[in-house]
Design a binder for this molecule. Structure first.
Ligand code: CAO
Length: 411
């Protein structure tokens, strides 16, 4: 026997509603209380359950279609046998024709605002539960900010494509060999990972870069003395340990630069540890190992650790844990060259220092009216403008220059 399931009166003055999800298809066997579809109206979302069992013959609606009370939704081939529920119901309501009463409006589960303050249909809630997605983190595009199934899909798409950005599309395939000889090289795994992280950072963080210079003449002299005193027994101490130690001290003074935005983008998390990551140029690609608790270590300890970590980065012998937990990063190109550059932030950090190669310069001393040769370090600070204001960034670089010039952090 073929029976029609009709849309019942939706109540609350709702004349029509939009189908947001359909859970049945021709040939599917349904039981009493199985959810056939989810409707979204201006006022509420509701699941429509079946009150007869059988095999679905035709589905007359689709997601996006508008339905009105009394409209046929699906047809079902029933066995003709009555379920216990139906027999009880017919006893109670003998005059009600079974085909029209296939769906009981009282059974519609309306969902308005949930306890978490979000609007979503039961189907969407179920989907978010299955995918372990917190609906509060999704911006709903439905009426009154309701989270729709499409919102969940685009949230996942964005996550997969780099947290909010569009994936890198190199464009149409070009045959470069038409203009001359070519060679193709597969990107290393590390280069692939770095490319994704950099793209994600560049697309999701509003970067601003502040440039500055520091007089490191005294620091240079101190480094020279340190290396001379150590003789040939120890490995040479470069400038980088001083830059790391100084920045750790500065991060204590200006904790926002050592913070992270939480996953909702609503709170700042301040870290009371100072783990400084540093970029290492390796044949396989860029790696950023982390020196932990830099503020608690002396220059020799930091130097030993960074030399060990950079060697093992180049030998591909770093443990995954040695690449994690950084709170701030320094990218130093000082040993290679260049004046200034704009480093890309390593999320979830909020700032990164880019160090370039120092130069000698004649600096006019206004007080003594003399000109003296000074060793000048050019550096840049890229920062997340959602978290750090321009004034704070300028204060940070000025203070950093001041601290390096006084060479207080040389111990
Ligand atoms: N000004 C002048 N001299 C500098 C300098 C600076 N800012 N920075 C380094 N130097 C000197 C060093 O002191 C050393 O001099 P000596 O031979 O007299 O000791 C020399 O340059 C070579 O240093 P180094 O680069 O080998 O060592 P480091 O500790 O300064 O840096 C490391 C270590 C791992 C950061 C570096 O080897 C490296 O890989 N740099 C590249 C990082 C990178 O690729 N960054 C870009 C990432 S994309 O944003």
């Amino acid at each position: 026997m073929i029976k029609e399931i009709l849309l019942p009166d939706l109540g609350e003055g709702i004349d029509s509603a939009e189908v947001s999800d359909v859970f049945v298809s021709p040939g599917k066997t349904i039981k009493v209380d199985d959810i056939i579809l989810v409707l979204e109206s201006e006022k509420a979302s509701m699941e429509i359950p079946a009150e007869i069992e059988g095999k679905v013959k035709k589905v007359l609606i689709a997601p996006g279609s508008n339905v009105t009370a009394g409209q046929c939704l699906i047809t079902v081939e029933t066995t003709g046998k009555k379920t216990f529920k139906q027999k009880v119901k017919e006893k109670r309501e003998p005059s009600r024709p079974a085909t029209i009463a296939a769906v009981d409006p009282k059974k519609q589960r309306k969902v308005k605002q949930d306890r978490d303050g979000t609007f979503a249909s039961p189907g969407v809630r179920r989907l978010s539960r299955e995918l372990k997605i917190d609906l509060q983190t999704i911006k709903g595009t439905g009426p009154k900010g309701r989270v729709t199934k499409e919102d969940i899909h685009s949230f996942i798409r964005n996550k997969m494509e780099g947290f909010g950005g569009r994936p890198y599309r190199p464009g149409p395939e070009i045959d470069f060999s038409q203009w001359g000889k070519i060679a193709t090289q597969k990107l290393t795994k590390i280069k692939g990972i770095v490319a994704r992280r950099m793209q994600q950072s560049w697309q999701t963080i509003p970067h601003v870069t502040q440039f500055d210079e520091a007089d490191i003449t005294d620091l240079r002299a101190h480094r020279q003395k340190l290396n001379k005193d150590a003789g040939t027994k120890k490995q040479k101490v470069t400038f980088l340990p001083f830059f790391m130690k100084t920045v750790a001290e500065l991060l204590k003074e200006m904790p926002t630069f050592n913070s992270s935005l939480d996953y909702k983008g609503e709170n700042l998390i301040f870290k009371h540890y100072f783990n400084i990551g540093f970029a290492v140029d390796t044949p396989a690609g860029l790696m950023v190992p982390v020196v932990r608790d830099v503020d608690q270590k002396n220059i020799i300890e930091i130097s030993t650790e960074l030399q060990d970590l950079s060697q093992r980065a180049r030998d591909k012998k770093l443990k995954p844990s040695e690449l994690k937990g950084g709170t701030f990063t320094i990218s130093s190109l000082g040993g290679i060259g260049g004046t200034f550059f704009t480093p890309i932030i390593d999320p979830p950090q909020v700032a990164i220092l880019g160090i370039s190669e120092s130069w000698w310069e004649k600096v006019y001393d206004h007080k003594n009216k003399t000109t003296r040769p000074r060793y000048i370090l050019p550096f840049s600070l890229s920062y997340d403008h959602r978290v750090i204001d321009g004034a704070a960034a300028a204060r940070f670089t000025s203070r950093y220059a001041e601290m390096l010039a006084s060479a207080d952090n040389c111990k």
